[in-house]
Ligand binder design. Structure first.
Ligand code: NAD
Length: 338
């Protein structure tokens, strides 16, 4: 019997996770939760995804829009083996009681506080820690990108100290209320940004300092990375190690990709759904060693890198596969890896 998955919150992350669930041979999407009828609710119906109302008072609005509901989110959660909460930051915390009431294990997203859950999750970092947990948080896009990069460096060379400057997109393409429009903001101004402590929810012992900025861009985040290693491999060896990892994509010099715009074009040319890039994108030429200090640049597609991680977290929580099996299955079904 396949795993019955519900997705509550069908926005940027939720619609991508729902599409990825449908591709899994061991999972069935039983429905998606929406607060109101909009183009995304229409899309769910077009895709044949049963639509459940998150707010009972608004059921009439769906009727008025001609969108057929399968029931309420309460009913959907009751019927699910697991629910993926992809609601806006803070709403996941409000939904926790509902999931607990039904005894349905829940995955939350990176906008929720780490102390909401039993375990924070990254497939490469700590897959097994989530097994049997009731409330699990798939860490944010940036923390996912950092965890994937730091895990192999830590196990192969040891990490003495990581220092990362995160140049963050101001908002997603559809977030017209976000900014800055014409500025460059140290954000937060005080150190550290929350990303370093968030990486420590996956690797508690790792020494890491992070600084954040926000810029007028919507396409991707860019990380300027410096990691002091406990040994002194040459740059070619580090590049080879990173190249061997799942979900790390090394951009070749010959590709002539100079930034996020070209990366998105690259993904769209390869028929990625929504132009998504599930992998960390590391410029091979940027991988440099100065003594034991590693330097590199990587770009992170904020709207999609957490999607395969959500799929793996479902299997991790339910003990349905081990890390290697799950990551392989997710990558193969979604087409992760260029
Ligand atoms: P979003 O606003 O695009 O989507 C959220 C959806 O949930 C919307 O469709 C909204 O209508 C719906 N919703 C609101 N309240 C609800 C409720 N009570 N019940 C059911 N649905 C409800 O947000 P998003 O960007 O997908 O972010 C979701 C979570 O993922 C947040 O925790 C965020 O921090 C995290 N995240 C976002 C990104 C990103 O770049 N967008 C990346 C990684 C993680």
């Amino acid at each position: 019997m396949s795993i019955q998955v519900a997705v509550n919150g069908y926005g940027t992350i939720g619609k991508r996770v729902a599409d990825a669930v449908v591709l899994q041979p061991d999972m069935e999407l039983i429905g998606v939760g929406k607060t109101r009828p909009n183009h995304e609710a229409e899309l769910a119906i077009e895709n044949g995804y049963p639509l459940y109302a998150a707010i009972e008072d608004r059921i009439e609005q769906f009727d008025d829009a001609g969108l057929e509901l399968a029931g309420t989110v309460d009913e959907m959660v009751g019927a699910a083996d697991i629910v993926v909460d992809a609601c806006p930051s803070g709403i996941g915390a409000q939904n926790k009681a509902l999931y607990a009431e039904h005894n349905t294990p829940a995955l939350y997203q990176g906008g929720e506080d780490a102390d909401l859950v039993d375990v924070s999750f990254n497939a490469r970092g700590n897959f097994e820690d989530a097994t049997g947990a009731d409330h699990v948080r798939v860490v944010s896009c940036n923390t996912t990108g950092l965890s994937r990069l730091l895990a192999p460096l830590q196990s192969e060379y040891g990490v003495e100290k990581a220092r990362v400057t995160l140049v963050r997109r101001g908002g997603d393409p559809a977030q017209t209320d976000r900014g800055p429009i014409n500025d460059i903001l140290p954000n937060p101004v005080s150190l550290p940004s929350h990303h370093g402590p968030d990486v420590n929810t996956i690797f508690p012992e790792l020494s890491i300092d992070t600084l954040g900025l926000k810029v007028p861009a919507t396409l991707m985040h860019t990380h300027s990375v410096n990691v002091t290693l406990e040994s002194t491999p040459d740059a070619a060896a580090v590049a080879e190690l990173l190249d061997e990892q799942d979900r790390l994509f090394l951009i070749e010099e010959s590709f002539d990709i100079d930034g996020a715009g070209a990366l998105k074009e690259f993904a769209m040319d390869r028929n990625r759904p929504r132009g998504d890039i599930w992998e960390n994108c590391i410029w091979r030429e940027s991988i440099s060693m100065e003594g034991s200090d590693l330097y590199l640049f990587q770009a992170i597609h904020q709207e999609s890198d957490v999607v395969p991680e959500n799929i793996d977290a479902i299997r991790a929580v339910l003990g349905a596969a081990d890390a290697t099996e799950s990551i392989e299955r997710t990558n193969e079904t979604m087409g992760v890896g260029f």
